[in-house]
Design a binder for this molecule. Sequence first.
Ligand code: SF4
Length: 206
Amino acid sequence: MNVGLIDVDGHSNFPNLPLMKLSAWHKKRGDTVRWYNPICDSFPRPPFDRVYMSKVFTFTPDFPYYINAKEVIKGGTGYSYPDGGKPLDPEIEHIYPDYSLYGITDTAYGFLTRGCPRNCDFCIVGKKEGLKSRKVADLSEFWNGQKNIMLCDPNLIACPDWKDLIQQLIKSKAKVNINQGIDIRIMTEEKAKMIKRLRVDSVHFA
Ligand code: SF4
């Protein structure tokens, strides 16, 4: 298959994790995967077999150009607020991401947990992922020795497996950025001691 990808939010600031996973899965199958280019790829070029469009943010305008493809699949919270639409199949969700799509070599991106019990009014996590923080992956699922880890978990220390997961992060010796912050309301001395052993520039509390 010839597969095209569109990062509707624009791919300059933060890589789109679902697209990196879709890319890895298709490449593993032997498919050709590349970014869709609205100028070079439009008619009369042969159509792509499939184009994936991923949109994270509701405020991002949709992709405005014609898509020359036999099939177009749209996904993400930006299209299906607040539930995010159909989730990726487990074998795609749990694949090692294709970081080469964004030319990323020194940082791993991913989630060890999903869900959050706080249900803050302005936040979609509870509606999309549930009101319980649960482990969804081990670190090795998306980290393979990179110097940096960008962790996107909504509420890591609310997860019953927090200790095991933080231990995995400590063991990696990578610099960790917990980009959604730590929940100060459930901090304990034990958790603080574990977090102190992480390689972090700073920890912020949400
Ligand atoms: S604590 Fe953070 S992740 Fe949890 S509901 Fe509130 S804003 Fe969302």
